[in-house]
Design a protein around this ligand. Structure first.
Ligand SMILES: NC(=O)C1=CN([C@@H]2O[C@H](COP(=O)(O)OP(=O)(O)OC[C@H]3O[C@@H](n4cnc5c(N)ncnc54)[C@H](O)[C@@H]3O)[C@@H](O)[C@H]2O)C=CC1
Ligand SMILES: O=C([O-])CC(=O)C(=O)O
Length: 298
């Protein structure tokens, strides 16, 4: 996965973990008028030196799924990767915005948060799970179904980032769209299972990469713009939340110079969407607890 950030004048100081497997990217980043760095598998001291003073850290490091795996099956490998990378961040760039792509996002965001707490530098406004790909998919699929321009469609996607925890709020679509009950259910399931569809299609060669690069760039650019003072920048992202009983929950977030400006909340849900939230809760709560326990006991 690479983040398509070439020649982006918004970027002043960005660290990307391990995009070295995409050779073009290192070259691309070198053109940016920034101190952007690309870090691979660095020793901890080199890693800390590389992160020193970073304002935004994007973490796509970790293994992707193979067919038949759930995102939670990645926990054993990716939990320690995210713990160690975020620990280096907590020590060297505690004020940085931490944007976590590595799966399972429902657990890796709590992991990052617990690591920052352990180091005494936690700011819940600065840690984000990147769930923009769910929004990109929802916009695309619904635009396709309704003959609309996907760039003009916005579907908030709330909850988490795995299967039933992905909750497209189609009742709040812009522009408004309507589906028959069975079509709505099929569309919702397609959005929830879209990552799995890609994993199956790639048949062992990994998960979504180009679309994630697009979604990661979208989120990072939005955050950078908001950090520079642009007003009205809103993205759905998985953050610390009091919207539901889950301690972390994705919802539309107004971004600002210090990360989360305001949580815009989940709004009024249809009865169908309210059921989706109920269905999501056991998996979400369990994923969050697993991440938190992992740091507390390691
Ligand atoms: N949040 C989302 O919507 C999405 C998340 N993902 C997740 O992103 C992660 C990466 O996926 P891909 O880029 O497709 O996998 P990939 O296998 O192409 O790349 C992963 C990279 O992580 C590196 N890595 C492994 N351990 C590391 C460490 N300790 N420090 C630094 N780098 C390390 C590997 O060398 C490799 O270059 C996976 O966990 C995947 O599930 C993927 C797509 C969407
Ligand atoms: O499905 C996966 O493993 C990767 C991912 O999170 C997505 O594509 O949404």
């Amino acid at each position: 996965m690479s983040l398509l950030l070439k020649n982006n004048p918004m970027i002043t100081h960005l660290s990307l973990f391990d995009v070295a497997h995409t050779p073009g990217v290192a070259a691309d980043l070198s053109h940016i008028n920034t101190r952007a760095r690309v870090t691979g598998h660095l020793g901890i001291e080199q890693l800390k030196e590389s992160l020193d003073g970073a304002e935004v850290v994007v973490i796509p490091a970790g293994v992707p799924r193979k067919p038949g795996m759930t995102r939670d099956d990645l926990f054993n490998t990716n939990a320690s990767i995210v713990r160690d990378l975020t620990d280096a961040c907590a020590q060297t760039c505690p004020k940085a915005m931490i944007c976590i792509i590595a799966n399972p996002v429902n657990s890796t965001v709590p992991i990052a948060s617990e690591v920052f707490k352990k180091r005494g530098v936690y700011d819940s406004n600065r840690i984000f799970g990147v769930t923009s790909l769910d929004v990109v998919r929802a916009n695309t699929f619904i635009a396709e179904a309704k003959g609309l321009d996907p760039t003009q469609v916005n579907i908030p996607v709330i909850g988490g980032h795995s299967g039933v925890t992905i909750i497209p709020v189609i009742s709040q679509a812009t522009p408004a769209v309507s589906f028959k009950a069975d079509e709505l259910d099929a569309m919702t399931k397609r959005i929830q299972e879209a990552g799995t569809e890609v994993v199956k299609a790639k048949d062992g060669a990994g998960s979504a990469t180009l679309s994630m690069a697009y979604a990661g760039a979208r989120f990072t650019n939005s955050l950078l713009e908001a950090m520079k003072g642009k007003e009205g920048v809103v993205e759905c992202t998985f953050v610390k939340s009091s919207e539901t009983e889950a301690a972390y929950f994705a919802s539309p977030i107004l971004l600002g110079p210090n990360g989360i400006g305001k949580n815009l909340g989940i709004g009024k849900l249809s009865p169908y969407e309210t059921e989706l939230v109920k269905t999501a809760m056991p998996e979400l709560l369990s994923n969050i607890k697993k991440g938190e326990e992992f740091v507390k006991t390691s």
